[in-house]
Design a protein around this ligand. Structure first.
Ligand code: FAD
Length: 382
């Protein structure tokens, strides 16, 4: 039976970034198992690809700043670096909408991440489609933007392979047995394998993988969210920032000469392959009608849905399971998995290799009371 020191379940951003950092830390016997015929079929291939650093929760905010730095500073060394369109972000709202961002702003400024407070006129100058939009002020973060997420995911996996990891596609984990004195025997669609450590990076299926292994639930809950693309929209410039209207919770960004738009819907949904439903476009138009009336009739040509996996308190779950030796979680990345993946991979690899990270306690699976299955909270992210 072939045996690996680390078997990572899931070749989404969580699993790929973890494998990449494990090999960067010198670990060679790493296997990534992916049930689909390739990586990024689920959430990691169905997102808005935005990198946003001003986030209310201090832990998610720190991961987001570290993650943005990672994409800007580490990935350019890769053989095929992902394009990072740092065209900025505009968060729009009224005074009370911004109250929760105080600590995030302080942390950004302390780390040299520029965030400017703008009035409506200055925001419209940066993004002319905001003429007539309903907001009193804006936060402008010039170093935010969006990334070529396919290249980011492929890059993590390429780096992992370069470091000695193996990635198996069409390889589903279907059973887990303990292997005395330590480790696991895994049943997969490619046969039995041995694992010293089992890393659960199975996205919407993370609770299912935990059940297979006999680990208690972490309270992760998949929620469906839609994205819509428009035909070309007159005057749209690719270099404009992305816009997030905090009062209505609706966002959009340039996408070629058109726009990508999101109604920030958040419906509990079982693990799987959600299809777009027409009600989501109705919600999008209602929200845009109140927030940015010029876009209420946006020429939408296609829509799609994906799953954001929300964890208790809105923070990812990264760390050793306190109840099952050798079982490690990298899950519940919510709506910040693109932004934070590089940082999450680093935290995971540090803890997996016996190191420490200042965020260890805040992300630990056993933090506080172990929640009931399904308990969750949104961190109001993408
Ligand atoms: C509409 C939408 C918009 C978003 N926009 C943004 C954004 O702008 N910015 C941002 O930072 N984040 C965004 N996100 C969030 C981001 O996409 C996710 O946080 C991230 O993709 C989660 O990655 P993951 O690896 O945990 O999950 P996934 O990508 O779902 O990967 C999990 C993988 O595990 C595999 N798997 C599951 N079970 C098994 C098994 N038993 N055996 C083998 N393989 C298995 C699955 O096939 C899957 O490929 C968005 C998400 C959505 C849905």
């Amino acid at each position: 039976m072939e045996t690996f020191d680390y078997v990572v379940v899931g070749a989404g951003l969580a699993g790929a970034a973890t494998a990449c950092q494990l090999t960067a830390a010198g670990k060679r016997r790493v296997l990534v198992l992916e049930r689909e015929s390739g990586p990024g079929v689920h959430s990691s291939g169905r997102n808005a690809a935005m990198v946003r650093q001003v986030v209310a929760d201090p832990v998610v905010a720190e991961l987001s700043r570290r993650g943005a730095r990672y994409i800007a500073e580490e990935t350019p060394c890769w053989k095929n670096p992902p394009e990072f369109a740092r065209h900025g972000s505009l968060l729009l709202g009224s005074g009370e909408d911004f109250a929760r961002f105080g600590p995030a702003l302080e942390a950004c400024r302390a780390e040299g991440v520029e965030v400017r407070e703008l009035g409506p006129r200055e925001a419209v100058a940066l993004h002319p489609l905001l003429e007539g939009a309903a907001f009193e002020q804006a936060l402008y973060t010039p170093s935010d933007g969006w990334v070529d997420v396919r290249a980011l995911l492929d890059g993590y996996l390429a780096e992992a392979r370069r470091g000695g990891a193996v990635v198996w596609a069409d390889a589903a984990l279907s059973g887990v047995q303990r292997r005395p004195p330590g480790g696991f025997v895994l049943e997969t669609s490619k046969g039995k394998i041995g694992a010293g450590v089992l890393v659960n990076a199975a996205g919407a299926w993370a609770e299912e993988v935990a059940r297979l292994a006999g680990a208690p639930a972490a309270g992760l809950a998949p929620h469906r969210r839609h994205l819509f693309d428009t035909a070309p929209v007159s005057g749209v410039e690719y270099g404009w920032p992305f816009v997030w209207h905090l009062g209505e919770e609706v966002y959009f960004r340039p996408n070629g000469t058109g726009l990508m738009l999101c109604p920030c819907d958040e419906d509990p949904f079982p693990p799987g392959d959600p299809q777009a439903v027409p009600e989501a476009e109705v919600l999008l138009r209602e929200k845009l009608g109140r927030a940015v009336p010029r876009l209420a009739e946006a020429p939408v040509v296609s829509g799609r849905a994906g799953l954001r996996v929300l964890a208790p308190g809105g923070r990812s779950v990264v760390g050793w399971d306190p109840a099952l030796e050798g079982f490690f979680w990298v899950a519940g990345l919510g709506g910040h998995g693109v932004t934070a993946s590089g940082a999450i991979g680093q935290v995971a690899a540090r803890l997996l290799t016996g190191g420490k990270d200042p965020l260890e306690k805040a992300l630990a699976p056993g933090r506080g009371e172990r929640p009931r299955r399904g308990a969750m909270e949104s961190a109001q992210d993408a």
